[in-house]
Write a protein that binds this ligand. Structure first.
Ligand SMILES: [Fe+2]
Ligand SMILES: [Fe+2]
Length: 265
């Protein structure tokens, strides 16, 4: 049974429909929701919730300023105290600033992140949490046996950055990779070419280099991706996934631009 919602059909999604979480994948036992965003800026952040049976995991919960909004969205799906884990793709405040507030909601909540990220997030004010280390254990298994896999993405943009692949939906939660900045935002893209400029606004400055980008693309070989769910900007549906991977392979960014004279021989 496949119950992927037609993401392309969400490309005309209107922002005034933001009062409820938007399901992106749903069947009797597993769902993925886009929780919306409280901000109307070019740098809008996406937070997602994955549910599996009675369990729920929040992906990149967002800044402290977004906590009230995101919590209310979660409440429309499940008791927030039942969210059993938060995935933090890296430590930036727009990703992890609400981490301690979620731990107040459920002190048992696991913090799922990399070793390097874990070192930094203690500066948000708590160290007394259960740390699930994706660097040592690159998969998270729900009690159903269904699995999330973690694919590391060094220097995109943080050394300890990683992505999360949901084996059930085949969705890739890509963090800052494939993030885009824009003021004419749509939930799902319908034109990849037009979207490249918006991704460039982020990637050229933030991502380390073409070596980092191509290295990550290598790690995706053999992974069937049905949608890319970034932390900023629009979602990329299946029909543009190959374009998105090609974009990353060809990307010249960061050090490639800052030190162009140091071309690799
Ligand atoms: Fe970031
Ligand atoms: Fe970000």
């Amino acid at each position: 049974m496949s119950n992927t919602i037609d993401l392309a059909g969400l490309s005309n999604f209107q922002e005034d429909k933001l009062e409820r979480p938007t399901p992106l994948y749903q069947n009797d036992y597993h769902a993925v929701y886009w929780l919306g965003t409280p901000e109307n800026s070019a740098f809008r952040c996406n937070t997602y919730l994955i549910t599996d049976g009675d369990e729920a995991i929040i992906v990149d919960p967002g800044g402290a300023d977004a906590f009230g909004f995101i919590r209310r969205r979660v409440e429309q799906i499940i008791d927030p105290a039942h969210v059993s884990a938060q995935i933090l793709c890296h430590q930036d405040p727009d990703v992890a600033g609400s981490m301690v507030h979620w731990l107040d909601v459920n002190p048992e909540m696991k913090v799922v992140t990399s070793t390097r990220t874990n070192i930094l997030i203690s500066h948000y004010g708590r160290e007394d949490y259960s740390f699930f280390n994706i660097t040592e254990t690159p998969a998270y298994t729900f009690s159903s046996g269904r699995c999330l896999r973690f694919i590391e993405a060094p220097f995109l943009h943080f050394p300890g950055a990683f992505t999360t692949y949901d084996e059930t939906s085949s969705f890739l939660f890509s963090g800052d990779i494939w993030a885009a900045l824009d003021m004419d935002w749509k939930l799902v893209i319908s034109d990849f070419h037009g979207h490249e400029f918006k991704m460039n606004l982020f990637h050229l400055d933030y991502m380390a280099s073409n070596i980092a980008a191509r290295g990550f693309v290598e790690r995706l070989k053999g992974v069937r991706v049905k949608a890319i769910l970034p932390q900023h900007g629009s979602l990329i549906p299946e029909k543009f996934v190959d374009d998105a991977i090609r974009y990353l392979s060809n990307l010249r960014c960061g050090l490639d631009i800052i030190y162009p004279e140091k071309k690799r021989k």
